[in-house]
Design a binder for this molecule. Structure first.
Ligand SMILES: C[S@@+](CC[C@H](N)C(=O)[O-])C[C@H]1O[C@@H](n2cnc3c(N)ncnc32)[C@H](O)[C@@H]1O
Length: 404
């Protein structure tokens, strides 16, 4: 048995005591007592709790891996996320710009990736328990939108039918204007009987679309997302901002960065989350690696009225970033890369003569590395807001604007 005083919170949400020793779900300043296993203390008692410690709002929190920071106050989590961004910027030699934070409310997650397994009695659908293969079922989840919670029994029916007892299934579920859009991988292979039975469940439970290992099983209604005035049907399992509130906050930040630009290029455009709303006021060129997402974007644009021209280009922006000549046709750039960031593309933006950049990122470390390239090329980091679509998690997302 040993005691330890927590000094700071690590990137995965563990408390860190001198050593370093990692203490799950402990907060800075706390004195804890527990058993040391390797470099971790499993806490038996918190001897001196932090003032930031709160009672977790969710009854599943103890076993569920869906959330990591429910034992901390909202104010603490916000300050911590802002500090993660500041630290990443300072590590790249940039100024710690004072940023705001917009946190999505509880019950707002409209897209989630759930784990599932068939059992003797039926099925388990939920989130993994931390560091284990156990799945915690989450009927009272505080994160998920009520319509996703309502879909859980139907998802269990799918898994009871199409899951094997050995493997874990992965269920990507997104709410659409016409019901849940469900994409399943890791289940039994489809045969005509299974296909019919799965389709019957999807139909009876009001799913807009069900795909199984990428194959369409049922589509009762178009799985529509509304981006601005356009209705878009993204491909199965496609990226979608995790909450409607987060998407709106990101769009506000992007709009503010783009200003009254007449021509905008949207890099890593997905299915048009930013391109289509921006097309109300600007011509937009959307560039993205997944051709199917661009097809959905293009179809949405063609079906909408009142939008300026939107063009699309399927292109791997890691291997073939847009070059300065191509970028210089535009007045503003929107860039929203995956976690790895967009170093190659940022180097070309730095060499271009474009003066306005809206950068969205889900990784403050790769963002700061890329931002430095812009700052070294004469851009000013004019504004930054942390947009927390993953409340109670350690994810940190942000939107920034650069001018020169
Ligand atoms: C964070 S998502 C943003 C999507 C979109 N901006 C949105 O808000 O919905 C990143 C996008 O980058 C795309 N992507 C990933 N790797 C890529 C690459 N090498 N080249 C081009 N696009 C890529 C993904 O398909 C995904 O749509």
């Amino acid at each position: 048995m040993m005691q330890a005083r927590i000094e700071r919170l690590g990137h995965h949400g563990d408390g860190i005591a001198p050593g370093p020793v990692f203490v799950p779900r402990a907060l800075p300043g706390e004195l804890v007592e527990g058993v040391l296993e390797g470099d971790r203390i499993e806490v038996l008692r918190i001897l001196e709790p932090s003032q930031d410690r709160v009672r977790p709002p969710c009854r599943h929190y103890k076993s569920c891996g869906g959330c990591a920071l429910q034992h901390a106050s909202d104010a603490f989590v916000s300050a911590w996320k802002l500090d993660v961004v500041r630290t990443a910027l300072v590590a790249q030699g940039m100024e710690a710009i004072s940023a705001g934070i917009e946190t999505s409310p509880p019950h707002s997650r409209r897209r989630a990736v759930l784990s599932a397994r068939r059992t003797k009695a039926g099925a388990l659908v939920g989130f993994h328990t931390p560091k284990s293969e156990v799945i915690t079922v989450i009927p009272d989840c505080q994160l998920l939108h009520p319509d996703l919670i309502e879909a859980l029994p139907a998802l269990e029916d799918l898994v009871a039918l199409g899951g094997s007892r050995k493997g874990t299934l992965r269920l990507t579920v997104a709410l659409t204007q016409n019901g849940p859009d469900v994409a399943v991988t890791g289940g039994k292979p489809l045969d005509p009987t299974l296909q019919m039975e799965l389709a019957a469940i999807a139909g009876a439970r009001g799913f807009a679309r069900l795909t199984w290992e990428g194959e369409l099983v049922a589509q009762a209604a178009p799985p529509t997302q509304r981006f601005g005035v356009a209705d878009v049907k993204p491909p199965p399992g496609a990226f979608l901002q995790a909450t409607a509130e987060g998407e709106a906050a990101l769009l506000r930040a992007v709009r503010s960065a783009v200003g009254n630009a007449a021509k905008v290029v949207d890099l890593f455009a997905g299915s048009g989350t930013f391109s289509l709303p921006l097309a109300l006021g600007a011509e937009v060129h959307a560039v993205e690696g997944e051709a199917a997402m661009l097809e959905a974007l293009n179809h949405g644009w063609r079906g909408a009225t009142g939008l300026k021209r939107v063009t699309t280009e399927a292109r791997d922006l890691y291997l073939r970033p847009l070059l300065p000549d191509e970028l210089n046709r535009f007045d503003a750039i929107v860039i929203d890369p995956p976690r790895a960031g967009a170093e190659a593309q940022m180097r070309e933006i730095a060499r271009s003569s474009v003066r306005r950049v809206a950068a969205v990122s889900c990784n403050p470390v790769s963002f700061s590395r890329d931002a430095r390239l812009l700052v070294e090329a004469g851009f000013r980091l004019a504004d930054l807001v942390v947009i927390d679509q993953f409340r109670w998690s350690t994810h940190v997302e942000l939107a920034a604007q650069f001018h020169r």
